[in-house]
Structure formats: structure tokens, C-alpha cells
Design a protein around this ligand. Structure first.
Ligand SMILES: NC(=O)C1=CN([C@@H]2O[C@H](COP(=O)(O)OP(=O)(O)OC[C@H]3O[C@@H](n4cnc5c(N)ncnc54)[C@H](O)[C@@H]3O)[C@@H](O)[C@H]2O)C=CC1
Ligand SMILES: CC(C)CCC[C@@H](C)[C@H]1CC[C@H]2C3=C(CC[C@]12C)[C@@]1(C)CCC(=O)C[C@@H]1CC3
Length: 345
């Protein structure tokens, strides 16, 4: 039987390493002295000393090349949540994650760190200081969430001390920061189209927005603390900024920071949610003829009009997590990183 070289504990692979979170993670790992392989379906950048493997994570052979002699795998690849393609989510988040686990076994990987999402417990109604023992959403709000639940279950169930394969899931929420392709760009695009005048609901709903560097910190801590005798094995952890903020205050700070007016007029939540649902149904019916992606999808309206913030006490206790960058500083850094989205630019 062929003998496998023992992988170094500082040799890792980042699946989805071209993405927003993935790239920040790659950069931090390199700073901390890790040897990093990047695996992604698209190559978004080049970094000296960081081999890039372009491939689909559903392709086991392609993955095996990127996982050679790797001991830690960070899996943060996923189709974007705004996508409405159920088959794609099923293929990448569920079938693809099975392939990742299989390839990890074959390559002798010792630790798998999944980027899950706090949304796996979100059903569109209030969550206040939610802990990890909340049940998975019975009626997930969209295909993204539905498949993130299955994905997390697959990864956590694969944890086996006997096989020497340890797994953990990190559940971030509302990641933001430099180079994020979603939150700030969508917000500013909506403002530029004159659609950011209204607050959905009374505006008092508290939400977690988590700075990307804090999310990265949580992933690296998890990887370093994940050992056969640690409580992390097969568990999920919320990683947040630990500073829930009013959804509309956060949006207003970003808007005003970039020179746009904050929304001022209130609309009833149920009315906006009903309209969003109707538009989503119309878009679904018309899909064979024309593809429409309404800005205010039911998912976004639910996120904008309800409380959804989570406790990160478990991460503090089990892995010594503390957010590194406070929210105020994180907002300043984020706003400064988007000069091209400033009003008039
Ligand atoms: N952005 C957020 O607020 C949150 C994100 N997450 C999770 O964090 C992870 C990273 O998200 P982001 O960086 O925001 O997204 P992103 O879209 O910037 O990055 C995802 C990366 O996955 C890659 N990818 C997609 N399908 C692939 C495939 N079949 N094979 C190989 N690579 C593939 C994409 O090319 C992309 O580079 C995802 O798992 C997401 O579910 C969780 C909670 C919140
Ligand atoms: C048009 C405005 C009302 C809203 C603009 C901002 C939104 C694009 C974002 C506000 C909350 C964000 C969020 C996510 C994506 C971007 C937002 C909807 C996620 C769905 C990303 C993936 C997750 O796992 C959960 C996130 C929750 C918060």
C-alpha cells in the first residue's frame, strides 16, 4: 500500500478562497505562517507563494490535487444567497460538500472547518441572543438556507475521533468589510436607484453585522483549538461582533458615510413582506420567459424587519474568541474601502 506523507499541521487549503471571506482568510493565514492552497471555481487574484487550484468542488479529482499533503481544510465556498437556482445550491452545498468530505478522507486531511451560517436557524421571525442549541429552521426562508442546513449536518456528522477526522462549523452572520460584493454594493445600488427612502417596520430591530476580520479570527481559532479532546469536535459556533445593532442604524451609517441620505419614512413590515412575496411569485411564474430579481426579496425584507442576533458565548468559552475589531471601527474601515461607491464618484 502506498504510504502517505504526514501533512504538516500548518498546511491548509481554502475552498472558496477567491471569495470575499475566503480571500481575507487566505491573507490572514499567510500572515500567520500557514502554507495555503486556494481552491475555487474562478481565480480572482494572485498572491506570491500561494498556489491557486481552479476547479469545481463537486470534482473529487480536482479537489484531491489541492488537498495533497494538507492537514486543515477551510470550506467557505457557496453560490451567492441571492441566487434562486435550487439545483445549483443542491449540487454545490450538498453534493459538493459530500465530495469535499470524501476527498478529505482520501487525502488524509485531519480537520475540516466549515463556514456555515447563523441563518440555519432563521425562519423569518425574531431571534434574540440565539444560541447554538436552537433547532434548525423547519421552514427555511430560501434554498440557500435550506442547503446550508444540510451542509452543516453533513460536516458535523462526519466528525470522527476514531478516524482522526475532526470537524467544526462556524456560523457567522451578516459579514461585512472591504471587498464584500454583497452588502455595501447592493445597498448603494439601491440608494442610487432612489429606493432607500423607507424603513421597513418601526426600525428598532436588532441584528448582528460581523466584521470580516472577526469572522476570519473565529475560523483560525477554531482550526487551532480543534483537537480530539476539545469540546469543539462536531459542534457549531456563532461568531459575531457581539454588538447587536439596529438594522436601520447600521444601514444609515454606511449610507451617510458614503454621502447618501439615510432612509426616513416608515412602511409596515407585513405590507412590504406581502408585496415582496407577491413579486417573488410573479418572478417565479415568468421565469421561463424572463429573469427578474427584485431588490426587495422576501428574504431581504425578513432580514431587514426582524430581530436576528446571536450569542457567541460558546465560542468565547470553548475557543477564547473575542472580536478583534469593534463595530464602530469596522464601519469606518469599510466605508473608507469603497471610495468608488461614494456619492458623486
Ligand atoms: N456574506 C455573508 O454575510 C455570510 C456568508 N456566509 C458563508 O460564508 C461563505 C463565504 O461567503 P462569501 O465570502 O460572502 O461569498 P463569496 O460569494 O464571496 O465566496 C464564495 C466563493 O465560493 C466559490 N464557489 C462557488 N461555487 C463553487 C464551486 N462549485 N466550486 C468551487 N468554488 C465555488 C465562488 O467562486 C466564490 O469565490 C459561504 O459559505 C457563505 O454561505 C455565512 C454567513 C454570512
Ligand atoms: C436593500 C436593503 C433593504 C438591504 C441591503 C443590504 C442587504 C443586501 C444585506 C442586509 C443583510 C445581509 C445578509 C446577507 C446578505 C446581504 C444582506 C441581505 C446574508 C443573507 C448572507 C448569507 C448569510 O448566510 C446570512 C446573511 C444575513 C444578512
Amino acid at each position: 500500500m502506498a504510504t502517505r506523507t504526514r501533512p504538516s499541521s500548518k498546511r491548509c487549503a481554502v475552498l472558496g478562497g477567491s471569495g470575499f471571506l475566503g480571500r481575507h482568510l487566505v491573507e490572514r493565514l499567510v500572515d500567520r505562517g500557514y502554507t495555503v492552497n486556494v481552491f475555487d471555481i474562478r481565480q480572482a487574484y494572485e498572491l506570491p507563494g500561494v498556489p491557486f487550484h481552479q476547479g469545481d468542488l463537486c470534482d473529487r479529482q480536482a479537489l484531491l490535487v489541492a488537498l495533497k499533503e494538507v492537514s486543515i481544510v477551510f470550506h467557505c465556498a457557496s453560490p451567492a444567497p441571492a441566487n434562486d437556482d435550487r439545483a445549483l445550491f443542491q449540487r454545490v452545498n450538498i453534493d459538493g460538500t459530500r465530495t469535499v468530505i470524501q476527498a478529505c478522507h482520501e487525502a488524509g486531511v485531519q480537520k475540516l472547518i466549515l463556514t456555515s451560517s447563523a441563518s440555519v436557524v432563521f425562519e423569518g421571525t425574531d431571534i434574540k441572543n440565539g444560541r447554538e442549541d436552537l433547532p434548525y429552521a423547519k421552514k427555511p426562508i430560501d434554498y440557500y438556507t435550506e442547503t446550508k442546513i444540510q451542509q452543516e449536518k453533513l460536516v458535523l456528522e462526519a466528525c470522527s475521533k476514531e478516524k482522526g477526522f475532526l470537524t467544526v462549523a462556524i456560523r457567522p452572520h451578516g459579514i461585512f468589510g472591504p471587498r464584500d460584493p454583497q452588502l455595501v454594493p447592493i445597498l448603494i445600488d439601491t440608494a442610487r436607484r432612489g429606493k432607500m427612502k423607507f424603513i421597513i417596520g418601526d426600525g428598532s430591530n436588532l441584528v448582528d453585522f460581523t466584521y470580516v476580520e472577526n469572522v476570519v479570527h473565529g475560523h483560525i481559532l477554531a482550526a487551532e483549538q480543534l483537537k480530539a479532546d476539545s469540546p469543539l469536535c462536531g459542534q457549531a459556533y456563532h461568531i459575531t461582533n457581539d454588538e447587536p445593532v439596529r438594522f436601520w442604524d447600521f444601514m444609515s451609517q454606511i449610507l451617510e458615510g458614503l454621502g447618501y441620505s439615510a432612509p426616513r419614512y416608515h412602511l409596515p413590515y407585513t405590507l412590504v413582506y406581502g408585496i415582496a412575496l407577491l413579486l417573488w411569485l410573479i418572478a417565479l411564474v415568468l421565469r421561463p420567459l424572463i429573469r427578474i430579481n427584485p431588490t426587495f426579496s422576501p428574504m431581504r425584507v425578513a432580514l431587514a424587519g426582524t430581530h436576528h442576533y446571536y450569542s457567541c458565548a460558546r465560542a468565547k468559552k470553548d475557543m477564547g474568541y473575542q472580536p478583534l475589531v469593534p463595530l464602530r471601527e469596522a464601519i469606518v474601515r469599510t466605508v473608507e474601502s469603497y471610495p468608488h461607491l461614494r456619492k458623486g464618484a
